[in-house]
Design a protein around this ligand. Sequence first.
Ligand code: ADP
Length: 461
Amino acid sequence: MKTVKAKIAAWMTLLTAFLAVLLVVFMIAISSSVAVRTAAGQLEDVVRNNLGQVRMEQGKPQMDSGFRFYHNGVSTFIYSKKEALLAGQLPVSFASAASSEPFRNGVVRMVDAGEVRYLLLDLWLAADWENGVWIRGLVEAPENSRSTYNLLKVAMIVLPVFMALAAAGSYWIIRRAFRPLDSINATAAAINEARDLSRRIGLAPGQDEFSRLGSEFDHLFERLERSFEAEKQFTADASHELRTPVSIIKGACDYALKYDETEEDRQETLDMIKRQAEKMSVVISQLLSMTRLEQGTEQAGMERVELRGFLRGLCREQAYDTGRVLVTGANGTDMELSCGTDRICVQANPALLSRLVINLVENALKYGRTDGRVWLSVQRCKQEVLLQVTDDGDGIAAEHQEKIWQRFYQVDSARSGDLGAGLGLPMVRQIAQLHGGYMTLASEPGRGCTFTLHLPEILYF
Ligand code: ADP
C-alpha cells in the first residue's frame, strides 16, 4: 500500500463501494414507496369502479354485473350504515382487525392485521339523507421488508464482486496512466547512475500532464548536457591554448633572471611577456563568449533589426576608414541610389550581430591587401536575407575553406599576428546559427573572399 498507484486505487475502490451502498439504499427507498403508491392507486380504481356498480333500491344495495368482489388483488365489501358486513368475504387475517377499524370516507390508509399489513379505502354510498352503505376496499400492502431483504441479499453477493472489479479495474487504469512516470523515473535514475546526460525520456508528444512533464525534463537534460559539454570544451580549449603563452612567459622569466643584464634585454623580455599576456586575455575572453553562446545565456534580446541602417551605424561606431570599408547595395552598387527606402529586416540580437560583422571586417582588413577595400552589402535572395563581407585580398585556398570554421584553425599563424587564435570564425558561425541562419564562404586564391551570412527574413510592416 505504499505506492501512489495503490493508494489511489484503494481510494477509488472505497469511493465506488460507498456510492454502490448509497445506490442500494436509494433503490430500496424508491422501490418501496413506488410499490405502495401503485397498490394504493389500484385500490382506489377498483373501489371507485365498484361504487359505480352499486344502486340503492328501497334502502338495500343492489350490485350490477360490473361489480367485482375480488379484482387485481383488491377485495371489496359492502357494510351497512351500522357497520355490519352485508356482502363480501373478509380474509381470515383481517377479520379480527376489521371489527375494530373505524370507517373514514375516501382516505387510503395502512392497517396492521397481525403479520399482514393492508391498505384500506372506505367510500360512503348515500341512499337518501339518512341511509346509505359503506363500500370498503382492501389490498395487501406490498411487503416492504421482504423486498428490502431480497435487495440486500443480492447486494451482499454483488457488492464484493463489484468492489473486486472496481479495485482491479482502477489499479489497471492507474498503472497505465502512470506508465510515463515510470519512464521518467527510469531515465532520471539511469542518468544518475551512469552519469550519461545524453539519455532522454522520449515520451510521445501529447497534451497531458505527463507528456508535458517528460518534454520539460528532456529540455532540462538537453540544457544540462549542453552546459556540461560547453564547460568540458572550455576547459580543454583553455588548457590547450593557454599552455603555449604560459610556457613562453615562464621560459622568458627564467631566461631574464639568469641572463638579462642590460635595461634593453629586460625591456625586450617585458614586451614579449606583455604580448603573450594580451594574447591570453583575448583567448580567454573569446572562449568565455563562445561558452556563453553555447550555453544559451547570450540568446536573449532578439529584436527587429533593419540591416542597412544597422551596418551604417556600426561603421560609424567602429570609425572604419570610409575610403576602405564601404557599405554598398547588392553587387557593389551604391546603396543609397540602388536601394532607396527598401528596408530589409531580420530578427537579431544587435550586440551579437555587431560582433559577427566586426570579426568579418577585421579579418578582411587583416588578411586583405594593405591598401585593399572591404565591401558590406545586404540583399534579398529567395526566402533569405544575405549580409556579405567582401574583400580583395589573397583569398583562401579550397583545402582550407572547410577547416577555417574549426576552433584554433589558422591558415598561416604568422599572418594572424599575436592576437589571433583561430577563434573568430567559429564564433561567427555560432552567432549565425543562434539566429537561425548559417555562413558560407566564396573565395578564389588571389581574388579575395566573400563571407555571407544567410538569415531568414521577417516582413516589416
Ligand atoms: P584568427 O583571425 O584569429 O586567426 P579566425 O577564426 O578569424 O582566426 O580565422 C581563421 C583563419 O582563416 C585565419 O587564420 C586566416 O588564415 C583565415 N581567414 C579568415 N578571414 C580571412 C580573409 N578575409 N582572407 C583570407 N584569410 C582569412
